[in-house]
Structure formats: C-alpha cells, structure tokens
Ligand binder design. Sequence first.
Ligand SMILES: [Fe+2]
Length: 217
Amino acid sequence: MDFEMLPLPFDATRLTGLSQRLIESHRRNNYGGAVRRVNAIRARLRALDHSQAPGFELNGLKREELLAFNSLLLHEVYFDNLGGTSELEPGPLRTVLTAAFGSYERWRDEFAAMGKALAGGSGRVLLSWSPRAAMLVNQWAADHARAPAEATPIVALDLYEHSYHLDYGAAAADYAQAFVCNLQWERIAARFERAVAASAAAIEIARARSRAARRAV
Ligand SMILES: [Fe+2]
C-alpha cells in the first residue's frame, strides 16, 4: 500500500504569523518528500531478495524507512494541530495538562520556550501522552526519532529550518511563539482523548489475556 498526502485541515491563508507560502512549501516539499520517500523505500524492500541481500543493505533501508515514516506521521500531527486561535476550553485535556504542568499557561510557556531553545538547531518539540506514566510530557525529539517509546504525540512543533525560514529567516524563536498562537484545540483535545481511549483499551485487552492465560493453567 502506498501512502498519500492528507489535505490541510485548515485554510492556509488565515493563520496568524505563518504565511500561506510557508505552509504550502512545507507541506509540498517536506511532508510530501517524506511520503514519497516512504513509498520509494517500501518499494525497494518489497523487491529485496532476502537470501542474497547483505545485512547492511537491509539495515540501511529499514533505518531510512523508520525515519521517513516518523517524518510522515509527525508532519501529519503538526498540520493537524494548526488552524485555531482560541484558548483551550475546560475538559479532560486541560485537566491533565494542569496536573502535569501546574496550569495550561505554564505548559504553553514551557512548550514555546523549548522551541525557542531549539532555535538554530533542528528537531521537534512534542507534547506526548505516556500511558505508562499516565501523564502528558513535553519532550525534545531529533532526527524524526521520538521518545518515550510507548508515548503518543499530541502536539508536534517542527523546528527544522524548512518550517520557518521563508517567513522568519533565522528568527526561529518568533516562529515558535507564532506556532502556539495557531493551535486548533478542538482537534488536539480529540487526538488526546483518542490516545487515552486507545491505552485504556490496550490495558483491558492485556488484562483479558492475562485472565485467559490463568484459566488455561
Ligand atoms: Fe517539517
């Protein structure tokens, strides 16, 4: 199965401080590039003769596949996060953010500050849901690799140069501030609630398997 680019879920002419030209270049060249790379690598893997291919060739393709696939997924979270202007309304996401950071405002300040601190480097800042810790964490992620390993990204700020240079030149800190002013909280809250529901469902499945295994003994 080949992957296809998802459409933008917002009007790119209506963001604050992020131009249509920047967003469309980012989507077409970088998100689109990740989609094309994943498809090309997967085609190579399908054609690989495992009985003949040296280990370094398979290793290389699988590592590049992981990087390209994570780039695809994190670009989709990034674009899905944008298109809003409102504050986060009271609800499960606000409650869990407050438990982890003290207040929504403190979360937003730390998240934007992490983006500013990364300015001049590259990588991403993610807000991720950890089922193990049952909490939200702000984290740095580089080379499209992400951690904690079992966590789900909820908000993804792209700090690779392609994500801001057309509008901001070297002033990446201003771009990080603009990003948090354009968050679309309804979609972000829905993403968070899906992640929590998925982890609850996974825990329930694990418990059911454990009960079944005990009965089988
Ligand atoms: Fe990007």
